[in-house]
Design a binder for this molecule. Structure first.
Ligand code: C2O
Ligand code: CU
Ligand code: CU
Length: 487
């Protein structure tokens, strides 16, 4: 099935959508290509207003509720929205801030908010063990330490229902800013990438057995709620792009026609120094990158940002083609000179010598964990997720080497809550390759039959989730609990 046949759409959410006629066949069959117009101007996401008058405090409410959106003209698509929007509002925070955000759950099911990648206390992290029941609310409260500046996102994490809620629209970016940001002089955009798959009735098509096996695919890719939006800039400009992969299961090899990319940051913020001239950058599910784009100096030109094919085949059950995400267009204004980047961005200390080791083996079996209709179950250390069990134990402050061994036929984006970690090396058929640069990440892509070794340290006691960030895998058992004991 060709991915490009799927519905394309403009802008999601209560703020209204552009659309043209619908049409399709059976429920579950995608609408034909071109059903909706592409190419509206790139929309900047709304920013969540700070309701606090107290210096150093951020206070707001996020209401999760079902809501209608006009995705296909003349029809209504029911989505799940944060404050009436999908993607939800961007949360802009600063290092050192005290954050109090109330979740008001107006869904008909449990939900939580997980602050993906942030070092928040375990009981504030929206774990599946701490559900917020339908019709109730709770306050999430945490401080943002110095050094936490970076690009994050927030999404629900209820037991068994994360995929269901995220694919219906509950996800949004969260930016933490530093007071001494060396790139603060650059114009900045957030590109929040989500997937959309509608059935012929213009409803979000639920995950099917293939999705539960290999993750949700066959989606239209959306950027800030729009299909193939056009981002118009003055030729020659240098821009900082914060890119978030908020899809359930897609890996992107991002490439921009006519440009190379300069990588300046990863999940947990800036690198030590910019890495220039990259033809492409891999961004797995849940991962973020910050890139600087020195826009081509030709006026009136356009260039496509692409998600190049990552793997041809997932266990014979799905395939990704090259896809387009966004058009970068240069205006007809005279070109400006690119902004030089600082040679160094920030100090990024190595976590130091590990004093313990953990081993995580990812495996696939038939016939377990099939309640959602999947036939294959992916397990961590041979077990199905059990919220009442502790799978691994560590102590506060201990630096550990984690070896993540993927014995399955597909890639898994491996994520640990509550901290950022560092990739040490990768192993492919016994050949070990050290990580090319030091970076803070909270999710590492572990391709089929490879091993990734990471260095991890947890700084707060309590229970932390670790799991595959293909949301269907996370829901269907590929999740476990790390207990962090006081030192
Ligand atoms: Cu975005 Cu448990 O993760
Ligand atoms: Cu997380
Ligand atoms: Cu997985």
């Amino acid at each position: 099935m060709k991915r490009r046949q799927f519905l394309s759409t403009a802008l999601l959410g209560a703020s209204g959508l552009l659309s043209s006629c619908g049409g399709g066949d059976d429920t579950g069959t995608p609408l034909p290509d071109g059903t909706l117009p592409e190419g509206a101007p790139l929309r900047a996401l709304d920013v969540l207003p700070n309701e606090s008058a107290v210096a150093g405090e951020f206070r707001a409410t996020l209401t999760a509720a079902p809501g209608p959106a006009s995705v296909v003209s003349g029809r209504t698509t029911d989505l799940f929205l944060y404050n009436g929007m999908s993607p939800g509002p961007q949360i802009d925070l600063r290092e050192g801030q005290h954050v109090r955000i109330r979740l008001d759950n107006q869904l008909s099911d449990d939900t939580t908010i997980h602050w993906h990648g942030l070092p928040v206390p375990p009981d504030q992290d929206g774990n599946p063990m701490d559900p917020v029941a339908a019709g109730t609310s709770r306050l999430y409260e945490y401080e943002l330490p110095t050094g936490s500046a970076g690009t994050y996102w927030y999404h629900p994490h209820p037991h068994d229902k994360t995929a269901t809620q995220v694919i219906r629209g509950l996800a949004a970016p969260l930016i933490v800013r530093a007071n001494d940001d060396p790139l603060a002089h650059l114009p900045e955009v957030t590109l929040f990438i989500t997937g959309l798959r509608l059935d012929s009735a213009s409803a979000i098509s639920p995950d099917d057995a293939v999705d539960w096996n290999v993750g949700r695919q066959r989606e239209v890719l959306m950027v800030n709620g729009g299909r193939m939006p056009v981002h118009t800039v003055t030729p020659g400009t240098s821009q900082r792009w914060r890119i978030v992969n908020a899809t359930a299961a897609r890996h992107f090899r991002l490439a921009l026609d006519g440009h190379t990319l300069t990588l300046v940051g990863t999940d947990g913020g800036l690198l030590e120094a910019p890495i220039a001239n990259l033809p492409e950058i891999l961004v797995g599910p849940a991962q973020r990158v910050e890139v600087v784009v020195n826009v081509n100096s030709t006026p009136g030109a356009s260039f496509v940002l692409r998600a190049l094919k990552f793997e041809a085949d997932f266990l014979g059950q799905g395939s990704y083609a090259d896809e387009s995400l966004l058009t970068l267009a240069t205006s007809t204004a005279p070109a400006v000179a690119p902004s030089p980047l600082p040679a160094t961005l920030r100090a990024l200390p190595d976590l130091g010598d590990p004093s313990a080791q953990q081993r995580v083996v990812l495996s696939a079996v038939q016939g377990m964990c099939t309640r959602n209709g999947s036939t294959i179950a992916f397990l961590i250390n041979g077990e199905i997720f059990d919220p009442a069990r502790v799978d691994l134990v560590t102590t506060v402050g201990r630096v550990e080497l984690w070896e993540i061994v993927n014995n399955t036929g597909m890639a898994h984006p491996f994520h640990i809550h509550g901290t950022q970690f560092q990739l040490v090396s990768r192993k492919i058929s016994n050949v070990v390759t050290p990580a090319p640069y030091l970076a803070w990440i909270d999710t590492v892509v572990v391709p089929s039959h490879q091993t990734a070794t990471i260095k991890v340290q947890q700084l707060q006691p309590g229970k932390r989730m670790f799991h595959c960030h293909i949301l269907e895998h996370e829901d269907a058992c590929m999740m476990a609990i790390l207990e962090v004991r006081p030192a």
